[in-house]
Write a protein that binds this ligand. Sequence first.
Ligand code: IMP
Length: 186
Amino acid sequence: MPNSEIESRPDEYKVARILLSEKELGDRVNQLGAELAERYRGKQPILVTLLKGGFIFLADLSRAMKIPHEIEFMIVRSYEKDSSSGTVQIIQDLKQNIEGRHVVLVEDIVDTGLTLSYIREHLSIRNPASLTVCSLLDKTEARKIQVPIEMVGFSIPNEFVVGYGLDYDQLYRNLPYLAIIDPEQA
Ligand code: IMP
């Protein structure tokens, strides 16, 4: 990338509104971690996260879940073709066998539900002992396909959000809070 291009990049983010503060996120993530610890004590679950969006939630949830557990990552790309269908491409699959294991799928956000529906099926057919979805955010109004989500951090309105791992054009992931983007920046 030429220097002139790097130099023309904005050196700060502008957000329109903070939807969930760092404290609100932290408190809820700690609760979810405690609930998971309670549920999976003595079972050594595997937390599976979809990159990149889930990386910050996973890091905090994992530390809040004070029982032994493993973590695994998948890389997926979602393409939405029209209002009723979408395809999900698995760029990197799980590296380990989950048959007979307790799996917690840690999601950043469920929007249309297409990604979760696909990945739920992809994991279920490998016969885990149990499969629980824990999504930090749920945009219920945006749903195009009904899919079970056992644990939800927050239900949020149908608006595009960034921060706490979620991006717009690969930026904003490092914001410690969840925000609605300034439309002039989008
Ligand atoms: P789906 O529409 O439920 O399949 O969600 C697909 C993916 O789109 C999510 O896992 C997120 O990575 C991304 N996504 C959906 N809504 C938002 C948003 O408001 N901000 C940032 N990413 C989003």
